[in-house]
Design a protein around this ligand. Structure first.
Ligand SMILES: [Zn+2]
Length: 276
């Protein structure tokens, strides 16, 4: 009897923890996993969940060819990866599902590395982080076993590796989000610096998996971002890549097969700016 009761309590506690994780947004998961982490001397400088090569890199829009992954003659973009061998089979399943999720919606193909020079090395390091775009040679995508192994966090970090920044740092974000600077933790304000992003002719997307939540980096529990004009719309709750996230991948990488329909719906002037 006592044994049964203990089991039931254990199951209840386990389910409660799982339920809490399921309702956390991608930004909350990242913030929680990266809180107070102490990184090793062999790890890069990381600003929230973005690894930086040098201080200029983070402000650099990933629009040049140099940080895109190359396109193969068959029209696909192969991104070689290795997964360092310290994940459980359940964790590997989540990571693999994230890697594979790009294949059905874009020309991106994360493929096991053979001998390519540039590749993504998926490792459980200190917190969740990734570089923005291809930096050359091995580049770590850290998916800490302690807090980063979720479908949305995996997709989020892989989108960084493909060259995408956070939605709230978009060049046009002030038209869609009002940043409440007074509510932000003092040494976290840099997370809201705007970047001269290439937005691929897509609208600002509150449901992007790259959009943080309403109280991200709040020092008082109050909102740090308020949507404009309707302050009540929900945002930053994505459980997976949004349609806009997918469209941006396809436009940045010129995945023709996947962009044919969407290109017909946007003005020529925007198409020209995308092509630049
Ligand atoms: Zn991020």
């Amino acid at each position: 009897m006592m044994y049964k009761a203990v089991c039931l309590v254990a199951i209840f506690l386990f389910c409660s923890v799982r339920a809490e994780e399921l309702v956390l947004s991608v930004g909350e998961l990242l913030e929680r996993a990266n809180r107070n982490v102490v990184r090793g001397p062999d790890e890069p400088n990381v600003i929230e969940d973005i690894a930086v090569v040098n201080s200029e890199r983070n402000a650099d829009p990933c629009t040049s060819q140099s940080c895109k992954w190359p396109k193969s003659s068959d029209g696909k973009v192969y991104v070689p990866y290795v997964i360092v061998n310290h994940f459980t089979s359940r964790e590997l399943q989540v990571i693999q599902r994230g890697l594979d999720s790009f294949s059905s919606v874009s020309c991106i193909r994360f493929t096991p590395r053979s001998n390519q020079r540039d590749y993504v090395s998926i490792e459980s390091r200190s917190g969740c982080y990734s570089y923005v775009g291809r930096i050359g040679n091995a580049q770590t995508v850290s998916l800490d076993r302690n807090g980063c192994i979720y479908h949305n966090t995996v997709q989020h970090e892989l989108l960084h590796a493909l060259g995408f920044n956070h939605e709230q740092t978009r060049s046009d974000r002030d038209n869609h989000i009002r940043v409440v600077w007074d509510n932000i933790i003092d040494n976290m304000k840099h997370n809201f610096n705007k970047i001269n992003t290439l937005n691929q002719g897509t609208a600002y997307d509150y449901n992007s998996v790259m959009q943080y939540h309403r109280t991200a980096f709040s020092k008082n529990g109050q909102a740090t971002m308020v949507p404009i004009p309707n302050s009540n719309v929900s945002f930053g709750q994505a459980t997976q890549m949004s349609q806009s996230d997918i469209t941006r991948i396809n436009r940045l990488y010129g995945c023709c097969k996947y962009t044919r329909n969407t290109y017909n719906t946007i003005p020529v002037a925007i198409l020209k700016s995308i092509a630049m």
